[in-house]
Design a protein around this ligand. Structure first.
Ligand code: BES
Ligand code: MN
Ligand code: ZN
Length: 496
């Protein structure tokens, strides 16, 4: 898919499809009005005849509009002008991308980025246009012997902007494409099944990524190395699996030498059966998505490296498979973490925190400016927040604000839950320094409380992405979130 910046007249541009906005009710946008004049009032008649009234997401395709130079015109409903913010804009772009891709047009020119959007300048609109279009056109058919690709898919999209916005629009396309590449990598890896995407596979992917940029250094620690470092918690999770655990480190050096890095830690459980505390069979296939935190780290680093961002960034990915067998950890087992703290494993299905805690201790060696871990950690987070925001818990107020703001700006939002000491006692154990579960209530918070005990030496935030990393049901598949949030956070830090 190729994106270009355009500065055209909607009526005279030669293209397979012109895309125009219509507001509620039956209100033509400026570009649509210009088009309508040349087309002798065609659009006004269509709206008047009830073809559409401009509600958000509606589309209407017309072929060979007389008086214009395009083969098709696609009208897209934008809702009420007063409600037209960044989120509404993204919904409209998604509807437009869907419809134009199904229209048979190989190329198109969109005038949607000309619309006024609250809190969104040209850069923001064009970047969203690119990101959302790429996301809608993505199809997870890698492992289908017959691809379900459209026979004549859209392959060229011009995005029209006012002349003075050309420069920023070009930058927006570059940034948007890099982010889309990162999101796509995260989705592709997330969708791969557990029999293909093993810890070794993820390590291979990371190594391959390392070859794409001279600023990127990738290393993989084997179980022997983990043993040497005393990572007893991490190792305890993969004991029941035939797949060896890996600890992947990616170091991107785009900033000043010696500048303290942002460290991203991603949960990489390539399949979570629950272990001896085995999960119920229903929807257990979805536990192949339990490495989406790891995938988001790889995706975010891909995007940052492609954009050659001036920052030092480290990715740390503990990756394992959680399986039951004769060697597997048992409820009641006590392990010693790299930090020296002992943990009573009361439930082997609370494995994410066990691999993350050692990765968090390991992260200390990078002298981080901030550490963000990203994990499909708890079903409780899905209960608390649903599938819209990631759960955010942190020991540092500016980091919270930075992530909340980046979420708003990117449309990939998170929402804070309290990390209060009041909850810590739920982790008390009679036999070890702590238990790995905190009882029935506040499961997302007690999971974060557990992690906080290994993140005392730096500014840290935890993103629980259990609700947002993939969709279930008919649209089942990885979303690539929160790559958008992470890259936005990095961009905002650099701009500061
Ligand atoms: N990977 C799961 C969390 C999860 C479950 C995400 C369902 C999305 C949907 C995690 O390893 C897990 O099993 N967590 C347990 C923790 C519990 C045993 C304290 C959970 O959430 O049930
Ligand atoms: Mn689990
Ligand atoms: Zn898990």
């Amino acid at each position: 898919m190729k994106f270009t910046v355009k500065c055209e007249n909607p009526a005279s541009v030669k293209t397979g499809c012109v895309i125009l906005g219509v507001f509620e009710r039956r209100k033509l946008s400026d570009a649509a009005s210009r088009f309508d004049k040349a087309a002798g009032g065609l659009l006004a008649r269509l709206l008047h005849d009830g073809g559409m009234d401009g509600r958000s997401g509606q589309t209407l395709l017309v072929h060979y509009p007389a008086g214009a130079s395009c083969e098709r015109v696609l009208l897209v409903g934008c809702g009420k002008p007063g409600d037209f913010n960044g989120r509404a804009f993204r919904t409209v772009i998604a509807a437009a991308a869907q419809a134009v891709n199904a229209s048979g047009a190989g190329d198109a020119v969109s005038f949607l980025a000309d619309l006024d959007v609250a809190d969104c300048d040209s850069y923001c609109k064009v970047r969203a246009h690119v990101e959302v279009t790429r996301s809608v056109l993505f199809s997870p058919d890698e492992l289908k012997s017959k691809k379900d690709k459209d026979s004549r898919p859209l392959h060229r999209l011009g995005i029209n902007v006012h002349a003075e916005a050309r420069q920023s629009a070009r930058k927006a396309i570059t940034d948007g494409e890099a982010i889309a590449n990162g999101v796509e990598l995260a989705r592709t890896l997330g969708n791969l099944p557990g029999n293909i995407c093993t810890p070794s596979y993820l390590a291979g992917q990371a190594r391959a990524l390392g070859k794409t940029s001279t600023r990127l250094k990738v290393s993989v620690m084997e179980e022997a190395g983990m043993k040497k470092h005393g990572m007893g918690a991490l190792l305890s999770v993969s004991r029941g699996s035939d797949e060896p655990a890996k600890l992947i480190t990616l170091e991107y050096s785009g900033g000043k030498p010696g500048a303290r890095p942002v460290v991203l830690v991603g949960k990489g459980v390539t399949f979570d059966s629950g272990g001896i505390s085995i999960k119920p069979a229903a929807a257990m296939d979805e536990m192949k998505f339990d490495m989406c935190g790891a995938a988001s780290v790889l995706g975010a680093i891909t995007a940052c490296a492609e954009l050659q961002l001036e920052i030092n960034l480290v990715g740390v990915i503990p990756t394992v498979e959680n399986m039951p067998d004769g060697k597997a950890s048992k409820p009641g087992d006590i392990v010693t973490s790299m930090s020296g703290q002992t943990i009573e494993i009361l439930n082997t299905d609370a494995e994410g925190r066990l691999i993350l805690c050692d990765a968090l201790t390991y992260a200390e060696r990078f002298d981080p400016d901030a550490v963000i871990d990203i994990a499909t950690l708890t079903g409780a987070c899905v209960v608390a927040l649903g599938e819209h925001p990631a759960g955010l818990l942190s020991n540092h107020r500016p980091l919270v604000n930075g992530l909340l703001n980046a979420g708003q700006a990117s449309g990939d939002r998170c929402w804070e839950l309290p990390l209060w000491d009041d909850y810590q006692s739920q982790l008390d154990s009679n036999f070890a320094d702590m238990a790995n579960i905190g009882g029935k209530s506040a499961g997302a918070i007690t999971a974060a409380c557990f992690l906080s005990r290994f993140a005392k030496k730096y500014h840290w935030a935890h993103l629980d992405i259990a609700g947002i990393a993939w969709r279930s049901g008919k649209e089942k598949g990885a979303t690539g979130r929160p790559v958008g949030l992470l890259v936005q956070y990095v961009l905002d830090r650099i701009a500061e």
